[in-house]
Design a protein around this ligand. Structure first.
Ligand SMILES: Cc1cc2nc3c(=O)[nH]c(=O)nc-3n(C[C@H](O)[C@H](O)[C@H](O)COP(=O)(O)OP(=O)(O)OC[C@H]3O[C@@H](n4cnc5c(N)ncnc54)[C@H](O)[C@@H]3O)c2cc1C
Ligand SMILES: *[C@@H]1O[C@H](CO)[C@@H](O)[C@H](O)[C@H]1NC(C)=O
Ligand SMILES: *[C@@H]1O[C@H](CO)[C@@H](O)[C@H](O)[C@H]1NC(C)=O
Ligand SMILES: *[C@@H]1O[C@H](CO)[C@@H](O)[C@H](O)[C@H]1NC(C)=O
Length: 512
């Protein structure tokens, strides 16, 4: 027998047993020989839902049918608007260089990163610019040192130490480990210190670490306001994620971040069902072996009216919160609420093509020489704007040059409330287009931390967006998607040894 046919034979045997993709993990136990699930539903086609479809395919192999329900547009909070000839991001826009799942997705899908356009930051206190970045690194460094002592360097070290622990999740997931709730996942990464971060405000945490109040007000608050629309009273964990979002090397997806979602959907060979899921009920039916089996009945409304279908496993990949989704759960004991406690913060994204009124920023620089692109704001009384950023198209043409501030260009204003005509008139001298998107963007983070919703709502019913209460970001949804896919796999095959293991960091240390 040639090696070729030996190879085909073993491949066929593997496919026959339905073990393809589950790899060695499956061969170890007899429980693996249990039937594979036949149908899986994912509710929501944002980055969370589409990444879940991708990882579920990886865990359960080619045999299972995966349906992804989406009531709006694929991408969810990753979305673009068209202004003139170009598209611009209105929702989630930047990705950290160490967000490994997002990185892996674009490599797998053959999408490139967007070309970099240099940016320059300033901080506005409602009256004037209190800090303006120079083109010279050394000038910035000395200014920071002069005003804030070593706070700035210490902040980078503090964020890096948290990021170091955060990165452990990738190794755990590579080895197939999963967690049943957000607290356990955080604890596996950073131990008790991560849970304490969730339970204190960023302000308390940083003051406790010896940072000055002035530094918090002048530098940290503008960053949390730009990234989460909230003050330094958000909890320490999401605060650290927010500060990491001010690192250098941030990137975006060429052609728009939402491309990753449609790419994952396609790659996972799942079916997109354009419909709104209205309710999910648990149904018990006799099975062919004489025992009973339970299924989830997913009820939905699409263009052609309402319908329902039965699934073995369901993943909810949209926030179960007021204003975000309205799904009723019936037949569950204990009951599953339509909305969990806590609310989502509104961030209105207003994309304006126009000429900035530079005197609004209290600067005397002529507009033609004003090169600042990213204006962050302090938490001063009555400041209506969270951030004001000059943005570039999702695809940068080769001859692209950002126009000077004296010319019309595209600005993105984040504010908690829609901007009135009066406010727009104050900020801009003139404009020819305004496009407003009102997002219920991310949780309103208010420590001390209440119990976060679980990842497991019922035996085979999972909830991905629970993770947003630790921090809301594309990568967090991707990490949660992988976790939920692993959980679904291990629980289906009764491999409890891969769930909620303690002390993974020490145990896996030798494996690197
Ligand atoms: C303005 C803004 C700026 C941001 N900036 C960044 C950033 O720079 N970097 C970053 O990493 N993150 C950022 N984020 C956060 C990031 O966008 C989100 O964390 C992430 O996109 C969430 O993805 P998701 O798939 O979990 O949820 P979503 O994207 O909300 O997806 C849920 C999907 O479910 C659908 N749905 C809801 N109910 C139903 C139903 N009943 N039936 C069927 N479908 C349903 C919705 O239509 C939606 O498409 C930002 C968010 C906003 C709003
Ligand atoms: C968080 O703080 C509350 C009270 O402030 C306390 O009851 C709870 O145990 C704390 N949780 C953690 C995980 O530290
Ligand atoms: C520009 O902003 C300044 C300061 O807020 C304001 O006084 C002025 O009226 C604005 N200019 C225009 C043309 O609106
Ligand atoms: C903020 O403004 C309100 C009214 O505009 C005023 O009552 C309050 O004292 C101000 N607070 C601070 C801290 O300046």
């Amino acid at each position: 027998m040639s090696t070729m046919s030996l190879h085909t034979l073993s491949l066929r045997a593997v496919l026959f047993l339905g073990l393809w993709h589950t790899g060695w993990r499956g061969l170890a136990s007899a429980a693996e020989l249990r039937d594979q699930p036949k149908k899986i539903a994912v509710v929501g086609a944002g980055i969370g839902g589409t990444a879940a479809a991708y990882y579920l395919r990886q865990e359960f192999g080619p045999g299972v049918k995966i349906d992804v329900f989406e009531s709006g547009t694929v991408g969810g909070r990753l979305a673009t608007v068209k202004i003139g000839d170009y598209e611009y991001e209105t929702g989630g826009s930047v990705i950290h260089p160490l967000n490994l799942h997002m990185k892996q997705f674009i490599e797998k899908l053959g999408i490139s990163t967007r070309k970099d356009v240099s940016s320059k930051m300033a901080i506005f206190d409602g009256k004037e610019l209190v800090f303006e970045e120079s083109d010279w690194f050394i000038v910035n460094f000395l200014r920071m040192l002069w005003r804030y002592g070593f706070n700035f360097l210490r902040m980078q070290m503090w964020v890096e130490s948290i990021l170091d622990k955060f990165m452990r999740i990738y190794q755990y997931q590579q080895y197939g480990y999963s967690f049943s709730n957000v607290d356990r996942l955080l604890h596996a990464m950073g131990g008790d210190s991560f849970l304490t971060l969730m339970n204190q405000t960023l302000e308390e945490t940083m003051i406790g670490e010896g940072f000055s109040q002035i530094f918090l007000n002048d530098i940290v608050a503008p960053i949390t306001r730009a990234n989460y629309g909230q003050s330094v009273r958000i909890h320490g964990f999401v605060g650290a994620v927010s500060l990491a979002g001010a690192d250098s090397g941030l990137w975006a997806v060429d052609g728009g971040n939402k491309r990753v979602c449609s790419g994952l959907l396609y790659h996972s060979k799942s079916e997109l069902i354009p419909a709104r899921v209205t309710s999910i009920a648990v149904k018990v039916r006799p099975s062919k072996t004489g025992t009973t089996a339970s299924f989830y009945e997913v009820n939905y409304v699409g263009d052609s009216g309402s319908a329902h279908a039965l699934y073995d496993i369901v993943v909810i990949a949209t926030p179960l919160h007021q204003g975000k989704s309205d799904i009723t759960f019936s037949g569950f004991s204990p009951p599953i609420p339509t909305h969990y406690p806590g609310r989502y913060h509104q961030t209105v994204s207003t994309v304006v093509h126009g000429r900035l009124n530079v005197s609004y920023l209290g600067t005397t620089e002529p507009a033609s020489e004003f090169t600042v692109s990213d204006i962050l704001t302090t938490d001063s009384n009555g400041s209506v704007v969270q951030s004001l950023i000059s943005i570039d198209p999702v695809h940068i043409p080769t001859d692209y040059k950002r126009p000077p501030a004296s010319h019309p260009r595209v600005w993105k204003v984040f504010s908690p409330q829609p901007l009135s005509q009066e406010q727009l008139k104050n900020i801009f001298l003139s404009w020819d287009s305004v496009s407003e998107t009102r997002w219920l963007a991310y949780p309103a983070y208010r420590p001390p931390h209440r119990k976060t919703p679980p990842f497991i709502l019922h035996n085979r019913l999972y909830y991905l967006n629970a993770v947003e209460w630790a921090a809301s970001a594309m990568e967090m949804s991707a990490i949660s998607a992988r976790n939920v896919a692993l959980l679904a796999h291990h629980r289906w095959h009764e491999q409890v040894g891969k769930i909620d293991q303690e002390d993974l960091h020490t145990r896996l240390r030798g494996e690197l």
